[in-house]
Structure formats: structure tokens, C-alpha cells
Write a protein that binds this ligand. Structure first.
Ligand code: S5P
Length: 376
């Protein structure tokens, strides 16, 4: 019953983006979703870089987030990440590496920022299990802060221009590897949210091909929510609104796995509640949850709910899962009834004969369910 739902159930994404409790990245994502009218995250569970880049290129306009499992891509290198980042900035979606960190703090810091994957360099979002206790969030947040500081102190040349339709993809030569960032403890002055944002202002990012040092500039509150109310029918709206939103800010966030979609999983109510309590202590870093329903319960909670185990299922179909205990529900059910914000879809799109048509169907189903929900 909508009457008993948390306020975030009925608030628009753009209104939630303006909330003071919203981190820079969450605010950016919510505004991006509003502009592109998509709350679809594609789970790009493919085995090669070429498949990954092809699907990102072809479906990038329909999604707000692209989720990877880099460790199943047989030829994944730093260059794959650079190429994916180029598509993400041109097609406007965030990258989410579904790493499911679960070890002690010292180990996850290394897994996050170094090794062959060096995830912190290219993925805005990662997933984390809290089996090892809430300290894992402190560790990852510290490593994220170090990666951000390192980035801000380095001169970056971004690929500009992009590809024109039909142009063969040619990629930049492998860049010189950057030195591994030193992992610093989380000091108050090194936070993922800068002072100007704490004062209630949202970022404007100046887009130039070469940027030095701090890239987020304080500025007018122009980029607040209502500016991004959908008005897609207006000619040129999409490009203009995306230009105004600016490039993806260099921040890092985590999604806490608080519930899973698989049958017979061992997640208990108490464990899920502890995940939420821990997340509240890391609001700048925790974007939200991987869960089957919204877990916002305190008045100020503004976590985003990403829900996997989603498929467009015909009422009389028996496709409610796979042979390995995955369970599926419809977008309307998870968004409309259970307050999910973003649906995560893999095989429902990847196995379709026309992936673009399928992605558009999922995008529309999820967006329609969201619009109905906020009008309740
Ligand atoms: O509880 C979960 C959590 C995750 S992140 N259930 C899931 O299925 N996932 C991920 O979502 C899973 O690792 C896979 O990448 C995706 C679902 O894929 P699909 O093909 O079943 O849609």
C-alpha cells in the first residue's frame, strides 16, 4: 500500500537528486536518469572485450548504468577499460564493476586499486558484501579517496570527439601506466564529498579536453533537480540537457549487497538490517543497495535500490528463474510494488535476437513503472 511507503517511494528522481543527503555521484546519476528517461542497468555479462564494447556502443543510449564482471572477460586489459570509458562518456552512462568485495580491509583495498583490473580507475560503482563487517566500507572508502586524490593531482587528457555513426572503432594507444596510488587512511579532509557540496550546492563540471587538478568547480545551484525535469519532446532537449549536466564526475561509490535474488540464499532479515545501519555511516560513499526491495526506512534515507533478477515474464510463462536458482520478477513488480529504482537486466536483453529492441522494451517498462509509482 503506497500510503505506508517511505517518502522516497513517491519522490521523483530529480527531487531526490536535490536532497542534501545525496552524494555527488548519486545526484549526477539521478539527474542523468531523468534526462535520458532510463532506470535500466545493463548487466553486460559477456566474455570478450569486443562483445563488451559492441554492446556498450549499441545499447548505451538506452541505459543509465552498464554493469560488468571484468573477471569473466578473457581479454580484459587496461585498454578495454579505457575504451569502455570513452563510450560511457560519449553515451552518458556510469560503469559499475560487480566485484562483490568481501575480504578484510587491507586485501579489498589492494583488489580495488591495483592488480590487473585496477577497478577504482575505471568504474564509478562497485559492489560489496558486508560479511566481514562494516570495516570493509571504511577500507574501500579510504582507497576510493586515495584514487580520487591521485586522479585530481594528475594531468588527464580525455578522448574527445568520439566516433561518428558507422565509423570503425579505432582506439588510443595503450597509455603509460600511472603509478599506483598510496592507500591513505580516511581523513576528514579527504572525503568523496567536497565542502561546497556539503553546503548544499551541486556540481558543475567544466569540460575541457585537458584538465589539471580539481575538476569539480563550485558554482550556481543551476544544476538542481527541477532543471532536469523530463521534457524529451522538445527538440534538442536531450543534447542540451546532457551538455548542461556535464561530464561524469570523478567520484566513486559502492552498492551494498543486502539481499540476493537467488533461491535459498542465506541472507537474513537481521543481516539486511545491519547492512542498512552500516551504510548510514558511509552515506557519502554508499550509493545504495543491491536488494529486492527499497530498504529506505529512516526519514532521511535516500539510498538507491538496484534490483537484479528481473525479466519481462508473460503471465503464463514458466521463465521465473534459471536452472541454477536465479529467480526473476517483472519490472512493474520490483519498481511499482517494491520501490526499486534501477533494474539490472542481463540475459533478458543479452539473449534476445534484437538486443536493442529488447533493451528499449525493458527501459520503457521500468520507466513507465517509475512514473506510475511517483504519481500514486
Ligand atoms: O542478488 C543478485 C545480485 C547480483 S549483482 N543477483 C544477481 O543476479 N546479480 C547479478 O545480476 C548477477 O551477477 C548477474 O550479473 C546479473 C543478473 O543477470 P541475469 O542474466 O540473470 O539478468
Amino acid at each position: 500500500m503506497a500510503e505506508n511507503k517511505h517518502p522516497s517511494f513517491r519522490l521523483s528522481f530529480s527531487a531526490r537528486a536535490s536532497s542534501p543527503s545525496c552524494s555527488t555521484l548519486a545526484s549526477y546519476l539521478l539527474n542523468l536518469m531523468t534526462i535520458k528517461q532510463t532506470n535500466l542497468c545493463l548487466s553486460a555479462d559477456v566474455n570478450s572485450t569486443s562483445e563488451l564494447l559492441k554492446i556498450a556502443e549499441e545499447l548505451g543510449d538506452t541505459i543509465c548504468v552498464l554493469k560488468t564482471h571484468a573477471d569473466i572477460i578473457s581479454d580484459f586489459t587496461e585498454r578495454s577499460a579505457t575504451q569502455l570509458r570513452e563510450i560511457a562518456s560519449r553515451k552518458h552512462f556510469l560503469i559499475f564493476e560487480d566485484r562483490k568485495f568481501a575480504d578484510i580491509g587491507s586485501t579489498v583495498q589492494k583488489q580495488y586499486i591495483s592488480g590487473p583490473l585496477s577497478i577504482a580507475k575505471w568504474a564509478e560503482i562497485v559492489t560489496v558484501h558486508l560479511f566481514s563487517g562494516p570495516g570493509i566500507l571504511t577500507a574501500l572508502e579510504g582507497a576510493a579517496s586515495s584514487a580520487i586524490s591521485q586522479y585530481n593531482m594528475t594531468v588527464h587528457t580525455e578522448i574527445s570527439g568520439g566516433f561518428t555513426e558507422g565509423q570503425q572503432m579505432e582506439f588510443e594507444p595503450e597509455p603509460e601506466p600511472e603509478p599506483e596510488p598510496e592507500i591513505e587512511p580516511l581523513h576528514d579532509e579527504i572525503r568523496t564529498k567536497p565542502d561546497w557540496l556539503r553546503q548544499g550546492r551541486k556540481p558543475s563540471i567544466v569540460s575541457i579536453s585537458t584538465t589539471i587538478s580539481t575538476r569539480s568547480e563550485p558554482m550556481s545551484p543551476q544544476t538542481s533537480g527541477q532543471m532536469f525535469q523530463s521534457n524529451r519532446n522538445q527538440k534538442g532537449y536531450l543534447k542540451e540537457a546532457l551538455d548542461r549536466l556535464g561530464p561524469i564526475p570523478y567520484f566513486r561509490s559502492a552498492l551494498v549487497l543486502a539481499q540476493m535474488s537467488s533461491k535459498g540464499n542465506f541472507f537474513t532479515k537481521e543481516y539486511t538490517e545491519n547492512c542498512v545501519k552500516s551504510a548510514r555511516n558511509h552515506q557519502d560513499f554508499v550509493l545504495g543497495f543491491i536488494s529486492q526491495r527499497s530498504l529506505n526506512s529512516e526519514p532521511d534515507d535516500n539510498f538507491l535500490t538496484f534490483t537484479p533478477g528481473v525479466k519481462l515474464i508473460e503471465p503464463d510463462s514458466n521463465e521465473r528463474g534459471d536452472s541454477l536458482d536465479q529467480q526473476y520478477r517483472n519490472p512493474a513488480q520490483v519498481i511499482g510494488n517494491d520501490g526499486a529504482d534501477v533494474i539490472i537486466v542481463g540475459r533478458g536483453i543479452l539473449q534476445a535476437s534484437d538486443q536493442l529492441e529488447a533493451a528499449e522494451r525493458y527501459r520503457k517498462a521500468a520507466w513507465d513503472a517509475y512514473e506510475v509509482r511517483i504519481m500514486k
